[in-house]
Design a binder for this molecule. Structure first.
Ligand SMILES: [Zn+2]
Ligand SMILES: [Zn+2]
Length: 239
């Protein structure tokens, strides 16, 4: 089973390797996540891509039959809100798969609620490509986003928090330990990360606010700093 809609490139989707935007990109035939403008770019990307590429899961086609628990995220950092998304919501037809999420075993569709360019660092993190730890420019200052599970399972703010913290960890490993970060993009390593995160009471610590810059707070700050630098560099190159 495959969703013909969600696997077509959207306007502004970009080549995983050279970041050029096009609506004629070709997806990796195995995972159907990474997209390329040419076979030359696919070849260049192969070594890193093979560290995590696995067959695409069979996801339901189209929206779920009934409303489902989802999460809306806004703000410069992670400000999640539990919402219920109806079958008619555009996330089901126009949402983009979050690349790392599919490999981690919790496939997520992310949808920009508006065209407003507002800081939403967590949306940028969620959309990083495992090849580079970078997100395409359309996910820089993405404003408020709606996130659903592409497999029609309910999504909670806590589950999404763990996912974006996982992405944050991958970002902090790039570019020095890029290969290790790419090898971590699988369900087992994601589950291990979630267990550690819960046991460490990290979620609680994060909720204490920006005042506590120890533990996870420090990790967020570190990752934010590097992501901002990378976003700035991308703007110079491709803006
Ligand atoms: Zn390319
Ligand atoms: Zn692939």
């Amino acid at each position: 089973m495959s969703s013909s809609r969600s696997w077509k490139p959207l306007p502004l989707d970009t080549c995983t390797e050279c970041w050029s935007a096009s609506t004629t990109l070709k997806r990796c035939s195995v995972c159907q996540v990474s997209m390329y403008c040419s076979s030359a770019c696919q070849k260049k990307s192969r070594e890193s891509h093979e560290r995590f590429c696995v067959s695409a899961p069979s996801l339901p086609t189209g929206p779920p039959p009934a409303p489902i628990a989802a999460v809306q995220v806004s703000g410069p950092n992670f400000e999640p809100k539990a919402i219920t998304v109806p079958p008619g919501h555009p996330v089901w037809s126009q949402g983009s798969i979050a690349p790392v999420s599919q490999f981690a075993g919790i496939p997520l569709f992310v949808y920009r609620d508006t065209d407003k360019k507002e800081q939403n660092q967590s949306a940028t993190y969620m959309m990083i490509a495992p090849e580079s730890g970078l997100a395409p420019l359309r996910w820089d200052r993405a404003g408020t986003v709606t996130v659903v599970r592409a497999d029609h399972e309910p999504l909670t703010p806590v589950a999404l928090e763990m996912y974006w913290m996982f992405c944050s960890k991958l970002i902090s490993m790039c570019p020095d330990d890029e290969a290790d970060a790419q090898k971590m993009c699988n369900p087992n390593d994601f589950q291990a990360f979630c267990r550690e995160y819960k046991e460490g009471g990290a979620s609680q610590e994060y909720k204490e606010g920006e005042g506590s810059m120890n533990g996870v707070g420090a990790l967020v700050a570190l990752a934010s700093a590097s992501a901002l630098v990378l976003a700035f560099a991308r703007r110079l190159l491709y803006g």
